[in-house]
Design a protein around this ligand. Structure first.
Ligand SMILES: Cc1ncc(COP(=O)(O)O)c(C=O)c1O
Length: 447
């Protein structure tokens, strides 16, 4: 008998399983085609189609319902737009130039001539790929140069670069922690951290956004039940553009003997006078954080991720973390791009100051126009919260018609009431472009 959700009862499921096993046994015993076909047909009646057809998978069905809803409301998809060339403060889409707020090339390095030259020179010198994992194919000086520069920037012993920022979190957390451990994370933490925790098998507990007092309470109650405990926060939150009070997190991790990991995907190159990130901005010793994580894909306009910290951490990951050990080394051109961007960022901090100025200007103008900027503190990321996914998609389209390219962030990436447009600011945006954008937002939101 089926339950109201059409799921067979436990007894029904067991019976089904036994029939499947019996049929599979029969199948093994015969090579005669007509008999095999008959058995396969019977087997097919006991295995629901949704268990072996992609188009019936629940997540895909849900995606189709959302897309059909958008089509019925005549909202064109804002996703996967095709840019004709490099996308910085402006971008060409279908031969039209748009003011662009959908790239996290915060420091405009992707189109920078020195950075491009460095990338091309690396191809000429090393070729396009290192063609195996670094342990197998051997080292290229460019990898170690980049890692040592990142380590020096943090004042840490060493650093290690991975081929993807997402994989850096998955592999590092997934490898270092076990089911005997606990991982506590901010409720707004990035998906890559959640995937890493899932892989590790550790117990996962979120705490309210930036709420170190709640974190402390959980630790007082639960620390003793676990072996290692990891606390994970971001240096600048990717959806909201705010940051944690790191001094409190450092105090708590010391008092409870935990590891503290900070994901600087969006704060490296953005916070601090010279872009060193949240430790420079909030003026504490980077060695007080156990695991610094960052991506090369944002301010450094490349691709890949890094971990910086003490020698034992880096040696451990370098020899044992599957996402490093069993994955190809970073392409030389990407390492050279990240290194050249880092060089430029550090020798030319004006870009960082311009980015900080533009972000503050955007935030102030948006607030003055009465727009809901959520928690943003005006560093590279400013959301405009509109309160429904369909409204966010419509507004993104309306702005696109006005020559402004910005992506909506829809449920389930954020709660439905928090659906928004997310503006990534560039050091190369002008005040006139920002004014034009705020005016267009005001026109459509206040209409
Ligand atoms: C906070 C955070 N961590 C990690 C990542 C993954 O980095 P990547 O896109 O370089 O793989 C992202 C990506 O946007 C991010 O926002």
């Amino acid at each position: 008998m089926s339950s109201p959700s059409n799921k067979p009862s436990l007894g029904g499921q067991l019976k089904n399983k036994l029939i499947q096993q019996a049929l599979e046994r029969k199948l093994k015993k015969t090579n005669q085609m007509p008999v095999r076909d008959r058995i396969l047909q019977q087997l097919g009646q006991h295995i629901p189609e949704k268990h072996y057809r992609f188009h019936l998978l629940p997540a895909y069905q849900q995606l189709r319902i959302i897309n059909q809803g958008a089509q019925q409301m005549s909202v064109p998809s804002p996703f996967f737009r095709v840019h004709d060339g490099s996308a910085g403060a402006t971008s060409s889409i279908d031969d039209q130039t748009y003011i662009n707020f959908s790239s996290y090339d915060y420091l405009g390095m992707s189109a920078d001539s020195d950075v491009r030259e460095a990338a091309k020179a690396a191809i000429d010198h090393y070729g396009t790929s290192v063609s195996a994992s670094r342990i197998v194919s051997g080292e290229r000086p460019i990898h170690r140069e980049l890692e040592q520069r990142i380590a020096t920037t943090y004042g840490c012993d060493d650093a290690l670069v991975f081929v993807s920022g997402h994989a850096t979190n998955v592999s590092t957390i997934g490898h270092l922690f076990t089911p005997h451990d606990l991982v506590l994370h901010d409720e707004l933490i990035h998906n890559s951290v959640l995937q890493g925790i899932q892989l590790s098998g550790a117990k996962r507990l979120p705490f309210a956004h930036n709420d170190w007092a709640q974190l402390e309470q959980i630790l007082q109650e639960q620390r003793h039940q676990f072996e290692k405990v990891l606390i994970v926060v971001e240096g600048l939150y990717s959806m909201d553009g705010d940051y944690p009070n790191l001094a409190e997190f450092i105090r708590i991790k010391k008092e409870h003997y935990c590891f503290l990991m900070v994901d600087e995907a969006h704060s490296f190159g953005v916070l601090g006078q010279t872009g060193k990130g949240i430790h420079e901005f909030q003026n504490f010793d980077a060695k007080d954080v156990d695991i610094w994580m960052g991506t090369c894909s944002k301010a450094m306009a490349s691709c890949g991720g890094f971990i910086a910290g003490e020698t034992a951490l880096i040696e451990h990951l370098k020899c044992l973390a599957p996402g490093f050990l069993y994955s190809v080394g970073m392409a030389p051109t990407l390492a050279a791009t990240a290194l050249a961007s880092l060089d430029k960022m550090q020798s030319n901090p004006e870009r960082i100051h311009a980015l900080q100025h533009n972000s503050q200007y955007f935030l102030q103008q948006a607030k003055a126009a009465g727009l809901d900027t959520g928690l943003s503190l005006g560093y590279a990321i400013v959301p405009i919260i509109v309160g429904s996914s369909i409204r966010a998609a419509q507004l993104s389209d309306q702005l696109f018609q006005e020559g402004i390219n910005v992506q909506p962030i829809l449920y389930p990436a954020v709660p439905e009431a928090q659906a928004r447009l997310r503006f990534f600011i560039s050091c190369h945006h002008t005040e006139a472009q920002i004014d034009q954008t705020i005016q267009a937002l005001t026109k459509y939101l206040k209409a």
